[in-house]
Design a protein around this ligand. Structure first.
Ligand code: FAD
Length: 148
């Protein structure tokens, strides 16, 4: 099975994953985002978003596409695939899908809200993704500096 190596692998392309992708790519980390369904996750299915700061009113799918374009403009790669397994391999992580395997120095899992029916908001979700990417950047700087 083909294997591709990345600094950071992101599982899930909702607002949290897209924000993580933007931060990781802007930090010049080779980053891939794996999405099993629709880019934007839940927000892509939302007709009208009126509480995203700086954007008075927007269709959720369009907001997600804007987030994607912004992250891709900094080098984020996107693949449509469902992650089926995550395994540690020494200092790295093996991320399996049906077709491919991805090896990451760090993995960010933004696969949706485990707390069913929790009142999440797109802004707090995106903030979580950004925070995760900043933590991943610190982790890579501390643990892989000798290889860079
Ligand atoms: C009907 C509706 C209306 C909403 N309206 C608003 C609103 O107006 N304003 C607002 O602030 N919030 C709104 N929300 C909430 C907002 O959509 C969520 O808070 C936000 O989408 C959560 O983002 P997330 O990235 O954490 O998770 P999600 O959006 O759930 O994204 C997770 C992504 O991970 C992917 N994924 C999961 N498992 C895997 C796997 N194994 N492999 C690959 N990919 C995987 C999923 O396909 C999904 O795309 C609404 C939600 C709904 C359902």
């Amino acid at each position: 099975m083909p294997r591709q190596a990345y600094d950071i692998v992101i599982v899930g392309g909702g607002p949290a994953g897209l924000a993580a992708g933007l931060y990781a790519a802007r930090a010049r980390r080779k980053t891939v985002l794996l999405e099993k369904g629709v880019i934007g996750g839940q927000i892509a299915l939302t007709e009208l978003v009126e509480n995203y700061p700086g954007v008075p009113s927007v269709n959720g799918f369009d907001l997600a596409q804007t987030m994607l374009k912004q992250a891709e403009s900094y080098g984020l790669e996107t693949q449509f695939a469902a992650v089926t397994a995550l395994e540690q391999e020494g200092k790295r992580w093996l991320v399996r899908t049906a077709e491919d395997e991805y090896v990451g120095k760090a993995v960010i899992v933004t696969a949706g809200d485990a707390r069913q029916n929790a009142a999440r908001q797109v802004v707090s979700s995106a903030s979580d993704g950004a925070t995760a990417a900043i933590a991943a950047e610190h982790y890579l700087s501390s643990n892989f500096a000798a290889e860079e």
